[in-house]
Write a protein that binds this ligand. Structure first.
Ligand SMILES: Cc1cc2nc3c(=O)[nH]c(=O)nc-3n(C[C@H](O)[C@H](O)[C@H](O)COP(=O)(O)O)c2cc1C
Length: 380
């Protein structure tokens, strides 16, 4: 990181010394309100549904779109909707990944409710669904039922420390086989989970995920979808606490001087573009192991179930101190990705099924949580 900061700053002619006025600037760059949902979880409400929802909004989800909308029904139920303005039509044309994110949300809500002594009765897609696209029909109807026999899921203890760790991993620190084997056992929702830290397998997947990322970045309509979701610097993150956030003094300074903007990021001849590609490739290339999840079919209910187990995998990795970052590109269904999609399925699911998630594993220093909209913004 230090080296990248130096190159970016030197190339852009901006120098930021962490002393005096600049030091004060650095100290004020944390997007406080965008991160507040992490410290507010479980703190603001006594009412069981709101308490559980205050955790559910911390769920992992693609491009941090946070596509959930919740309608409270009566005094013990709720209806989960998808916000159809928050889909990812280019990289996720059939809304498969968005649905997985909603599955993560449901699993986290169920864990939080169980910790408070409530079992959730869940009916998925009560008005039906369409595998081509999500629409205005509800995702789930959920009733909270008091149940004194429930015991908290031990994974729930790790919710506030869970991250998607998007940093280069330590190339000298393999992930122990025992930890990999343990990760493959945490699913509860009918998926197959597999892991590998075997050198040839890791090399083959590093290569595939690198090529797939290269395609996503060099395909204008998919790259643009990401860039449109860049939140650059504190003011943008606070105004829209979602998307792909670039926070901290470095990005704030570059934004201030007009060097890192959505326009410069879109210019494939710019230094910002070159540095960005280098940074994301350093991530995929430093995978020390991989984990992937296969569902038997690809129905909406199976995508929700994939999300439920994915949340469990992410929390189990957190518990074991292992960094995890999904690498979804090779699993995406836009036409330019077709050959990587086929290769991923041939490699990871030779006997059939849909590979719903693929992630790299390894170790890096901890990072801050990602921004969230507060619960009030998601209640309708
Ligand atoms: C279905 C799904 C696909 C994802 N794909 C990617 C990906 O390809 N690359 C990536 O860096 N993160 C990916 N993520 C992680 C999200 O970017 C991350 O969950 C979101 O930004 C919120 O950050 P957090 O998990 O640290 O709270 C994915 C997450 C989900 C649920």
């Amino acid at each position: 990181m230090k080296r990248r900061q130096f190159v970016l700053l030197a190339g852009g002619g901006v120098v930021l010394a962490a002393t005096g006025a600049a030091g004060a600037f650095v100290a004020t760059r944390t997007p406080e309100s965008a991160l507040r949902p992490w410290s507010d979880a479980g703190q603001l409400y006594d009412e069981p549904r709101r308490r559980a929802l205050s955790y559910a909004i911390l769920a992992p989800n693609p491009h941090n779109r946070q596509p959930w909308l919740v309608e409270l029904v009566g005094d013990d139920a709720l209806r989960l909707h998808v916000d159809t303005d928050r889909l990812l039509p280019q990289t996720d044309p059939f809304n498969r990944q968005i649905t997985i994110g909603l599955g993560c949300f449901l699993e986290l809500m169920a864990m939080a409710a169980a910790a408070d002594g409530y079992r959730l009765e869940t009916e998925l897609f009560p008005q039906g669904s369409d595998t081509g696209h999500l629409d205005a029909r509800p995702i789930a109807d959920i009733r909270f039922v008091a149940d004194r026999t429930l015991i908290a899921d031990p994974l729930f203890a790790h919710v506030l420390e869970r991250r998607s760790l998007k940093e280069p991993y330590d190339l000298n620190r393999p992930v122990p086989d025992l930890d990999l084997a343990e990760l493959a056992t945490v699913g509860r929702h009918g998926n197959s989970i597999a892991t590998s830290g075997e050198a040839d397998h890791v090399a083959a997947l590093r290569d595939l995920t690198h090529r797939a990322l290269d395609i996503e970045i060099h395909t204008p309509h998919t790259y643009r979808e990401s860039v449109d979701l860049f939140r650059i610097g504190k003011a943008e993150i606070e105004a829209n606490p979602d998307g792909i956030d670039f926070g901290g003094p470095l990005f704030d300074t570059l934004a201030l001087f007009g060097q890192f903007t959505r326009e410069t990021a879109l210019d494939t001849n710019s230094m910002v573009f070159a540095q960005g590609v280098e940074a994301v490739m350093a991530n995929v290339d430093s995978a020390m192991a991989h984990v992937w999840l296969i569902s038997p079919g690809n129905s909406r209910a199976e995508q929700i179930a994939a999300g439920r187990d994915w949340l469990r995998i992410n929390l189990a990795a957190t518990e074991a101190g292992i960094g995890i970052q999904p690498l979804s590109q090779a699993l995406q269904e836009f036409p330019e990705m077709e050959s990587c999609y086929a290769e991923a399925h041939q490699m990871l699911a030779p006997s059939g099924g849909t590979v719903q998630m693929l992630a790299r594993l390894g170790y890096a220093a901890a990072v801050a949580p990602s921004p969230r909209w507060p619960l009030e913004a998601k209640l309708i």
